[in-house]
Design a protein around this ligand. Structure first.
Ligand SMILES: Cc1ncc(COP(=O)(O)O)c(C=O)c1O
Length: 401
């Protein structure tokens, strides 16, 4: 397996091609490289955060209808009004957030929402607090914006929840915002209202923004409830809510997400949307209305499947003496501790790929606190997960564990 050599060759290539410093400084996405590097071999791929379910049929039908009707042109760079109205309604009813359609901009997924929001907010040298471990793209986006990422830790011994005192100690005159992600990728942690109140209190006192990434909001287990940060403790005015249809409706390829927040920020995001993307796909926007306003039982059905898979896969990992995994409360990832087997998460991921033919993501790709861990996605069929668990168990047993 030459994946790690491949990563090195990509870095070398960037240097040789004399690209901008902005791009040369950009860390490579290990997840993307892993995903692209293994073709149709017998590897079980548990590295990507992409639901294996099809997009609901009524959503596809609406896209077909839109295309046939000729709804195939540029739209407003804020997104079409009926979609912004549907999002506004959804945020009110489901999340308790009172954003009017003028406070919403539709983007190319949450990736578009986050990157444009960060470009709208951050100046060179500004600081922003990010979760460690956290979704790697946050750091990449901050780097492109010329700003500085400061990590706050989410430790396993604290149930992967933040230490508010640590966060407070990391805030300086340069801090512009804190990114909060619940349910969390890669940890599966769901923050309680009390934890969110800690963030809210700091944001108000230190006059900084909270960027709340809620893309996994609908995927929660064991009676856990997703609380939207903007509803907590009068912090609404300082909160920028990010969401998308990717994970909830198995629509990762449609690229529809959105940002909701103070009007001035949304206008800046829409202006950047116009500069970099013109607008989100017209057809996908129509499909998004169908997803948000159509039957929602489909989401519950998917979550019921994830639950079965989670229970099976996490229990299987925990039966291996050198592996230990906290039961995720949300999202569809398990962040498993392999440090008793091997301290380096990259070596473990390489070992699992070569000897078990199972692909996970080395934990250090999510930040320094991920060292020793490997993230697996259970957005794969139960059959695949059974096979993966057996292969991992056998590979480790062969090392006499
Ligand atoms: C925490 C988190 N935020 C945002 C995204 C981006 O989602 P999308 O751009 O598909 O909406 C992802 C995707 O994996 C994610 O894990």
């Amino acid at each position: 397996m030459l994946i790690f050599a491949h990563i090195l060759s990509q870095v070398t290539k960037l240097v040789e091609e004399k690209l901008s410093t902005r791009v040369s400084k950009l860390p490579l996405s290990v997840i993307r490289i892993l995903s692209d590097s293994v073709g149709s071999s017998d590897v079980i791929k548990l590295q990507a955060g992409d639901p294996d379910f099809p997009t609901p049929e009524h959503v596809i039908k609406e896209a077909q209808k839109a295309a046939e009707e000729g709804f195939t042109h540029y739209t407003s760079n804020f997104g079409i009004k009926p979609l912004r109205e549907a999002i506004s309604q959804k945020l009110k009813e489901e999340n308790g957030l009172d954003y009017n359609p003028e406070q919403i901009c539709v983007t190319n997924g949450a990736t578009g929402a986050l990157s444009l929001t960060l470009l709208a907010l951050l100046n060179e040298g500004d600081e922003i607090l990010l979760p460690d471990p956290g979704w790697p793209n946050y750091e990449h986006m901050v780097s492109v914006a010329g700003a500085v990422s400061i990590r706050y830790s989410l430790k396993r011994e604290n149930g992967f929840t933040p230490d508010i005192e640590e966060i407070e100690s990391k805030i300086t005159q340069k801090t512009k915002a804190i990114i909060v992600n619940t349910p969390s990728n890669p940890l599966g942690a769901v923050f309680s209202k009390k934890v969110l109140e800690g963030f809210a209190e700091i944001a108000k006192r230190r006059r900084i923004y909270l960027i709340s990434d809620e893309v996994y909001e609908k995927i929660v287990y064991d009676g856990n409830e997703h609380v939207s940060l903007g509803t907590v403790d009068d912090v609404f005015e300082r909160t920028i809510t990010i969401n998308s249809l990717s994970k909830s409706y198995a629509m990762t390829g449609w690229r529809v997400g959105y940002v909701a927040g103070p009007k001035k920020i949304i206008e800046a995001v829409a202006s950047l949307n116009s500069t970099f993307n013109a607008c989100p796909s017209s057809i996908a926007q129509r499909a998004a209305i169908a997803a948000l306003t159509g039957p929602q039982d489909i989401v519950k059905q998917m979550v019921a499947q994830y639950l079965k898979r989670r229970n099976f896969f996490v229990a299987s990992l925990n039966e291996i003496p050198v592996v230990s995994a906290t039961m995720p409360q949300g999202a569809f990832y398990v962040f498993a501790d392999f440090s008793k087997f091997e301290k380096s998460s990259e070596k473990t991921a390489k070992f699992l790929l070569e000897k078990a033919r199972v692909m996970g993501v080395p934990g250090n790709a999510f930040g320094p606190s991920g060292e020793g861990f490997v993230r697996f996605s259970f957005a794969s069929s139960l059959e695949e997960l059974k096979e993966a668990a057996e292969r991992i168990t056998n590979a480790l047993r062969a090392m006499s564990y």
